[in-house]
Design a protein around this ligand. Sequence first.
Ligand SMILES: C[S@@+](CC[C@H](N)C(=O)[O-])C[C@H]1O[C@@H](n2cnc3c(N)ncnc32)[C@H](O)[C@@H]1O
Length: 255
Amino acid sequence: MVTFFRILQRHYPQFMETLKFQIASRAEFERLAACNVDTLTDLERAARFLYLQRLAFGGKVAGRNFGVSVGASRFDVTRLGPLLEAIHERIAGVVIECLPWTEFIARYDGPETLFYLDPPYWGSETDYGACAFKPGDFTRIATALADIRGCFILSVNDVRETRAAFGRFPIEPVSTRYTIAGGQWAEAKEIIVTGPRIDSVTPPRDQCGRARSCSPRTAPAAARPPHGSRSQRRAARREWPRPAWRAAPGGAPRV
Ligand SMILES: C[S@@+](CC[C@H](N)C(=O)[O-])C[C@H]1O[C@@H](n2cnc3c(N)ncnc32)[C@H](O)[C@@H]1O
């Protein structure tokens, strides 16, 4: 993602030119997914990245499959400019980190930090690389979270093993739906784990005293920005149903 935005910053017209006349198709998706990236220029790699991420099922970065959905394609070259602007606007002011979770928690923990953790599902630990995440990490995360000075919200699939790993914290079971092949839905059960003192935390405030990063659907009316550009409103909608706020106040970076 960082490399992608560097390309946009330095070679935006050339990047757009690379994608001119690009259509969304399974054949093109499979051709690009299979191609050897070492043979591509940086511009072509960035274009491939965007194309595959828009069209892959679940936005997966490894083992990508062509995502089938009824309706307009998620890759529409005529809407690329506004889409990239909206993404960039959404992440302006956000720090993009890249650290193992152990280091991340240690560096960003503080009395006013709220962590949202979205680890791989139990049973899918290798989805993000062979060694990135191990089954034992669920218990290690629970141990680390028990000692933080801030608070956390963690979501993961609802199976015996995850309930056992996080059993020391309050656990709320929730049902959600995933799209699967052919545009079908599947019911899925997740748990939301919170702690250690989540109820005592107040949402972060901006310089005007308004609650920051609130979803418009969950924020109290007084905390909602009354106006905003179309892309800001679109970006806010995209946050739903993620946690309504998830950052430390006082100028600490949003990660
Ligand atoms: C279920 S995904 C969460 C994706 C993201 N929250 C979203 O909604 O698109 C799990 C994430 O954990 C990251 N991850 C896997 N192993 C990790 C590790 N050891 N330390 C930090 N992050 C890790 C993966 O790269 C992946 O982005």
